[in-house]
Design a protein around this ligand. Sequence first.
Ligand code: BGP
Length: 470
Amino acid sequence: FVALGKVVQCLSNYTFPPDFRFGVATASYQIEGAWNTDGKGESIWDRMTHQHPDFFFNGDVAADSYHLYKEDVRALKELGVGVYRFSISWPRILPTGDVDVVNKLGIAYYNNLINELLANGIEPMVTMYHWDLPQALQDIGGWPNQVIADYFEEYARVLFTHFGDRVKLWLTFNEPLSFCAGYGEWRAGAPGIDAHGIGDYMSAHTVLHAHARVYHLYDNVFRKKQKGQIGITLDSEWADPFDGTVESKEAAERELQFQLGWFAHPIFSSEGDYPRVMKERILNNSLKEGRTRSRKEVKYVQGTSDFFGLNHYTTNLARSGAVGETPSLIRDAGVQMILDPSWPSSASAWLKVVPWGFRKLLVWIAKEYNNPPVYVTENGFSDHGELRDTNRTKYITSYLSELLKAIHEDGCNVIGYTAWSLIDNYEWMSGYTEKFGMYYVNYSDPARPRVPKDSSRVMAEIIRTRQLPQ
Ligand code: BGP
């Protein structure tokens, strides 16, 4: 540890506030495996990875956490985390997406995991939806179809009923920007359909409504007794102006509104609804073909989050310019995003190490949304699986250093941090080639032991001392 301490320099020596929560994060499809075991239904990721010619990898077995969850908890205990963020697989609980069939063995699996966590003094933080939609619901249209909100509410009711006595930290959705884009043309991912145009905008309507439905359900039926908190995890890069021109500054701001404001503005802003700049640019284009939102709907969604979950990894430079030819979110935004070649890289082409962007984003959120409690639900670094993962350590410590400055110098209300990720897992677009884990998993060993990397020891020390290594 001392040797690693020398590698990371100029880190902030502020301490983490006494009630600041530390943890790590995972997601069901990326770690559980057991894709068709014990009555689990098929998800859109099962279907796509099995059928789409571009996908060579899948999560059929993954880290086999369905069987090895006690190994995960052992690693969590070693890290000393207070919180474990994981997601529940909707089709493992409701194989067809519908409450007609509740899979008892699926309920038992999550009960076991939750109980094992609590027995080890670790608080569960549960994401209800981390992208594995039951295929049966995709067959009726998936997220662009507003009826999916009804199903989501009923699914959430099952979760509150079975787990709400012990789970007090809930996230409805992980990164709606990413999975709604799967119905547009920004980023390939399940359902892997050839969609373009307005599918992403229509999905966003459904997702915001579904989120609010679940928030109100909790308020009306469960909150008094269960006393938990409901949030949503949004993702955003920081967009920094490419140069000093007004156009670039406006482009950077526009990019933040299109990435983060799209979902944050309707829920967290005092104004409600989609960001003004978004509406201006798309009202006569894509959104008109989708559905605009009534005033009643805007009110229904506003204020429906007890905290702001944030996934942040990297930064881009933004400048104004035409992107794409067909109507799409990217074309509507009209921003070209550029990576500075001088920024250190990870194993993922999109992930550059730009710690100062993290602080700027936290300050932007504080200003834009009246300083909400922000829970950083993901942040992490990819490599090829080295045990001496010095670069991951540098990434995590330098980003945490900026987070500390945001708290102590900028007054940002950041309340927790769950790093991505506990273990090497199935990464959506790169399978098992890019690794984010603090624990190594040997995927050619059927026992899949969790082996600590150096970064896990540094993380454990940060959690123990509540300070960065000096
Ligand atoms: C986030 C997801 C995570 C995780 C991470 C790494 O967007 O919420 O599930 O996968 O990104 O990205 P990727 O898997 O695309 O490499």
